[in-house]
Write a protein that binds this ligand. Structure first.
Ligand SMILES: [Zn+2]
Length: 299
């Protein structure tokens, strides 16, 4: 049984590397080759711990010791997500770990994570890549729907090629710089922290009304950031490509339509997270301060 599993995982890894080689530039493949050369694979029966801790974990990757943990009973539908973590992780002397866009600073005394930023965007983008490259061939278990949604919109702002390249170089700073080109650095950092907050809260089953209102408020802040940043990007493009008012409006509407108006997670419904008023106010504020009164009335 174990032998069969190991052989199967090896086949899936070879297939994964082959597809990545066909899809990425040589530059973006450097970390993939290094990490897979020294990868350890372990199997675990997650059924027992999931039962005990009311969890539904089915795998994981630890960049500290480059070890991939897989569920002995069910790894085919989640392995691609984990392989992308392997492909995008860097370990700086066991002190700083960067997995894609997720940075972890390890405290020296007890090796517990002391500082962490970017887990929300990283999990979303990792799952997005797993679906993008493998869902036409395999069944990929659905995960982190909301984070995937946000990561896709961030990719739309930055550009597909650039975002992917930053991910495979574990270049969180690069991502922050790219977004800071369009919006304030502080707002970019706030956005990443807020998405991390939502990432944690969306896994909770027990949320009281007060907490729920706080979470809805954070959803709204994330959405304002997305709209704001996209508008700033378009205002730059107007200068470069001479976009007409109509082209501008269509692009803004297409972008906003991809932001969810409600999210359900662990049987908790978060609604009113993207209201008409919020959209209108954000557009008005950005366009008026940028002297684009002609493009204010788009909704
Ligand atoms: Zn993950």
């Amino acid at each position: 049984m174990k032998r069969d599993n190991i052989d199967r995982v090896k086949t899936l890894i070879i297939e994964f590397i082959k597809i990545m080689e066909d899809s990425l530039s040589k530059e973006d493949l450097i970390m993939i080759i290094n990490n897979f050369n020294t990868l350890n694979i372990k199997f675990k029966n997650y059924k027992i711990t999931n039962f005990l801790f009311l969890d539904n974990t089915v795998g994981g990757y630890n960049p500290l010791n480059n070890t991939l943990m897989l569920d002995i009973n069910n790894f085919e539908s989640t392995i691609y997500h984990e392989l992308f973590h392997v492909a995008s992780s860097k370990n700086y002397l066991n002190k700083i770990l960067i997995s894609g866009f997720h940075l972890n600073k390890i405290s020296l005394n007890n090796s517990k994570h002391t500082r962490s930023i970017g887990i929300g965007i990283n999990e979303g983008y990792t799952q997005y890549l797993a679906e993008k490259y493998f869902s036409n061939k395999k069944y990929i278990m659905s995960a982190y729907r909301y984070q995937v949604n946000v990561a896709k919109l961030i990719e739309e702002i930055i550009g597909e090629y650039k975002m992917q390249s930053l991910y495979f170089h574990a270049n969180l700073m690069g991502l922050i710089n790219e977004l800071s080109f369009y919006n304030d650095y502080d707002k970019v950092m706030e956005f990443l922290t807020q998405l991390d907050f939502l990432h944690r809260k969306l896994s909770y089953t027990n949320i009281n009304l007060k907490e729920k209102n706080t979470i809805i408020n954070i959803f709204c802040k994330v959405h304002v950031f997305l709209i704001e940043t996209y508008l700033y990007k378009l205002l730059e493009e107007i200068k470069i490509y001479n976009l007409t008012e109509e082209q501008f409006n269509i692009k803004v509407l297409n972008f906003i339509e991809q932001i969810p108006i409600a999210v359900e997670s662990k049987k908790v419904l978060y609604d009113e997270i993207l209201t008409h008023e919020l959209i209108e106010k954000t557009i008005e504020r950005i366009c008026i301060t940028n002297d684009r009164k002609d493009v204010v009335k788009i909704i």
